[in-house]
Design a protein. Structure first.
Length: 204
């Protein structure tokens, strides 16, 4: 059975960089944000429940009406929980099926900014947190998203604090732009894989 790694971290921490490093090493990575967006459009159960909740206009031209959904959940934790209760169980099932399709790989991973908050951490064997200081994360997110500092700070406040994530992580990868990243990732992989060949066999 594959070792399942959960990759998490706050906005601008560099989770995607770590995920790409793992993929280069031959470790498949399930990007939960990407897959949840796909499922929100393609999964009949999600579509049915969101339409029941918000009306037919929640989908426009077959695509999710994101402004409408955002206006529903903005500033109301109960609304966020309601929507997550519709989407997250489908993502969990999709991840389990995905793991099954990668049964030949001794190590697989899931990347999720809300790995712990969503309960996805229960689906993995170890949690790897990618850490950078708040100032570094703010600067990265502002540059990446062309967003204001105020918007980025509000997004950071809406997430679980880094301190709490660190307390729940099995491994912490420091991605501050100064500490070498690759040796840290290799160190974690070596610790997990020990004497096994953790690269996924090439598909014929």
């Amino acid at each position: 059975m594959a070792i399942k790694i959960g990759i998490t971290g706050g906005i601008g921490s560099g989770k995607s960089v770590v995920s790409r490093l793992l993929e280069v090493m031959g470790i498949p990575v399930y990007i939960s944000d990407t897959e949840s967006k796909r499922l929100t459009v393609s999964d009949p159960s999600i579509r049915r429940e969101l339409i029941a909740l918000l009306g037919e206009e929640v989908y426009v031209g077959g695509e999710l009406n994101r402004p409408l959904l955002a206006s529903y959940i903005f500033g109301n934790p109960e609304h966020i929980h309601t929507v997550n209760g519709i989407i997250h169980p489908r993502v969990r099932d999709d991840f389990r099926n995905w793991v099954g399709r990668h049964s030949a790989c001794p190590i697989v991973a899931m990347e999720s900014a809300i790995l712990i908050e969503s309960g996805f951490s229960d689906e993995v064997d170890v949690v790897m947190m990618v850490y950078a200081s708040e100032e570094v994360r703010i600067a990265r997110a502002m540059r990446r998203d062309a967003a204001s500092r105020d918007l980025v700070e509000r997004r950071i406040r809406s997430q679980m604090s880094d301190e709490e994530k660190r307390d729940r992580a099995n491994f912490v990868i420091v991605n501050d732009g100064e500490t070498p990243l690759i040796p840290q990732v290799l160190g974690v992989m070596t610790s997990l894989s020990k004497n096994i060949d953790y690269l996924c066999p090439s598909k014929k």
